[in-house]
Each structure stands twice: as structure tokens, then as C-alpha cells.
Design a protein around this ligand. Sequence first.
Ligand code: UDP
Ligand code: MG
Length: 322
Amino acid sequence: MRGNMDRLAIVVPCYNEEEVLKIASKALREVLDDLVRKGKIGQDSFILFVNDGSKDRTWELIEEEHAAYPGQVFGVKLAGNVGHQFALTAGLITAKDMSDVTVSIDADLQDDVAVIEEMIDKFHAGNDIVYGVRKERKTDTFFKRTTAQGFYKVMELMGVKTVYNHADFRLMSKRAVEHFSQFKETNLFLRGMVPLIGYQTDCVYYDRKERVAGESKYPLKKMLALAFNGISSFSVKPISMILGLGMFIVFICVLAAIYALISYFTGHVVPGWTSLILSIWFLGGVQLLAIGLVGQYIGKIYIEVKQRPRYNIEKVLTDEEK
Ligand code: UDP
Ligand code: MG
């Protein structure tokens, strides 16, 4: 099944990347040529640029590259800007029908293109998904580094399975992308979804570099949105936390009741205080409990409507061939 003739598709989402597009195209073409020369991938391997509704000349540049290197540089033009995660998904799903294996990478070349070879080696060794993991974040600003690491920690706390320090630089086999395409949810968070696919996986490690040119298309606002989307698309833990808090407050209410009653009988209270304080604690607790309980059902509905594939069968052993 896996051989030297495997067609590789490198999928690159691009949003206003006119400054880096040609540089990225050149670097990636060199990687392809090198891998073809070494006999690791098929000659028909290609780069697929996905233009995510750029407002600059990105698409014109993709067209130029396609004309200059037909058969090696392909392009997909999305009708408008839909964001990195959607652009990447559009690229992967388009590429899967034309290729045997995909590698997704950002246009800014912050991820080391040199480890693509290692990814392919690991693919040939039987892995279906190979994650690119950053060794260190020396080149990121202190702010980006701490927020990003905080993000992985919070995700872990919320019970979302992600690969630490892995962004969207990864290899996926055709069958992995095929299974991924069965996830019909619209709130995409690829880093959480890919580990759900299963199969044998591995990681390659690299140093993250600075952007070749241009500036980050992920300002704080988009980063926070991604983080919140990641949590709310994968975890109903926040709802369970509310339920837990409700229970805790009802418990406190019992303690408060004992305290208030003792104060009442020892006569150290202003009239009306006991009933007021008890009502406040009790009603607060009961309300939170009720919200949490309703939330549990909403959480279930939420998970049901996603209609995620429930499992991924890798092999069946019967007397018929499959
Ligand atoms: N990107 C995209 N659509 C967007 C924003 C970004 O396709 O709406 C692409 C962008 O062109 C780049 C990748 O997503 O290839 C990652 O963006 P960026 O490098 O700006 O993010 P950072 O590395 O700063 O987190
Ligand atoms: Mg970047």
C-alpha cells in the first residue's frame, strides 16, 4: 500500500500572504524535488495553495506559480475569507482525492520544511498521522509563548486531547483525511479533531522560526477565539463545573444554616437576618444546581448534533477479503 510512488500533497492555507508566497512556493518545490530525487514520493506530488479570500495579490501569485510550474503547483480559491481552520480543511479535502498523503503547513515557513522528509519516512514506517511538534519557542515573543502554553494547559484541564506544542503542521494519510472528512461539525478545531481519528501516530520535532515576511494573521482576538472554540467544541466540562459549583454552594448552605440557627437561638441576631441569609444561600445554590442540570442535557444534545463518527474501523478479519 505504501510505496515510493505515493503522491504527496502539501496543503498551504494563505491569507494576504503576497510577501511570502513565492518564497514559500520555492522552498516547498525544492522539498518536493528533493524527495522525488531520493525516491521517497511520486513525481506527480504537488503543492496546493488555498487562497482564503485574500485582499492582496495572493491569488494572482498562485496563478502565476501554477502557470510556471504546472503539475507541481495547484491552487484553490475560496470565495471569501473563512479563517485558517476552514481554509485548511477545504485544502485537505480537495487534496485527498488527488493524493495518497497530505502535509499541511503555514505559508509563512515558520515551521521547518526540512522535517517533511522525516514525516514521509515515518509515514512509510506505517504511521497515518505525524505531528510536527515545536521544540522550543525561542523566536516567539514572551507574550505569544506564555499565552500559547497557557492555552495547551487549559485545554488539558478541560479534558481536550491535543498534542502539546503542535499547531497545524502535520502529515495525514489519505485514509486519515477520509475519516476526518466524516466529521460534519462546523465549529472546526483541527488540533482536537485529528487525535480522534486514531491509527498509529508519531511526532517529529523542530525549531519554530520567525515569519519569513509579512506579519501574523493571528492577532490576540483570533487567538482567543480559537482557544474558546477549541474548548467549547470539545468539552462539556464547563457545564459540569457549574453543576459542581451548585452542589458546593448547597453544601455551604447547610453549614450556613447551622451557623444561622445557632446564632438565632443564642439571640445574637438582628430580626430577619436568619431567614434572609438562608434564602440567599439556598436559592443561589439551587439555581446553580438547576442550571448545571439543564446544562448536562444541553451538553448531550450538543454532542449528539455534531454527529461525529463513533468509531473508525481499521481492519476486519473475516473469511471474506476486505
Ligand atoms: N490564515 C488563513 N486564514 C486566516 C488567517 C490565517 O488561511 O484568516 C493562514 C495564514 O496565511 C498562514 C496560517 O494561516 O498560512 C497561519 O497564520 P499566521 O502565520 O499568521 O499565524 P501565527 O503563526 O502567527 O499563529
Ligand atoms: Mg505563522
